[in-house]
Design a protein around this ligand. Sequence first.
Ligand SMILES: [Zn+2]
Length: 331
Amino acid sequence: MSQIASKWAYTRGLHELGNGCYAYLQPDGSWGWSNAGLIADSGQSLLVDTLFDLRLTGEMLDTMRRAEPAASRIGTLVNTHSNGDHTFGNRLVEGAEIIASRACAEEMNKDLGDPGRLAEMKRNNDPSSTVGAFMAEIFSQFDFEGVGRVLAPTLTFEGELERRVGNKTVRLIQVGPAHTRGDVLAYIPQDRVMFTGDMLFINGHPIIWAGPVANWIKACQLMLDLDVETIVPGHGPITDKSGVRAVKNYFEYISREARRRFEAGMSVYEAAQDISLSDYSSWGDAERIVINVAALYREFSGGRTRHEGNLFEMMARLRASRRRDSRTRPE
Ligand SMILES: [Zn+2]
């Protein structure tokens, strides 16, 4: 499969989608390089997600304020999920209402949503090891030291919640657990625009931190069933329903492939190495197949899969070995 085509430029910064809806994009969409959104109407504003550190989030807010007067005071922030690349800048909109699903709120400041833990990981990282080199590569551009604790939601919900922004209605639809435990879509029906957070990675491999994958496939179907034209993913270029279809196909494909290898008794790493990703060779971050196979194995075994070691370490190994292969393979 070639790259998913986009009629929108994939350049860093703010892109006006029309009618007061904006996407803020951070190419290349790889680890930590997330997108965000702004919805403005009649002097009111709603921000969808902050970025991975305070500097990046500050730059984004400055750009938004220059383009849109209603962004001078963000009234509402929606966090689509708990990962740091969508929440670590929350502090910069202090005073705003902050909305997230209840499950997202419970996950904030934990694991990869914990700025202190990431700062410590970076400080103690040994880049001479394979996993250390991987960590250095994916986190070197971000500054976790000044983030402190993530500003928590002031309002949580389960299922669905509607918010008015001026005369616009924004529908917040919980579709997780899938990528994380509490993923939420932000959908503006009258503009046929949707911000999906990390329920969509475009031209990069999605990553199943939580699962079950069936929820993710169901969420893709929901996106396909809604009346929507412009879709802003959590990572990668702006897309439409063709991007949703590609992600749905990917999950259906890796579910089938992982199942066969699970039944044949292959380990997570063996299966991750063995599954052909040639149809997805233009998608970045292929090492995420490790996390995805591990998540599927957990599901297949009813949560009883044995501990197979550090998944980041396995991703680092796979990434390094794929790089060696691509250097030695004749084109
Ligand atoms: Zn993300």
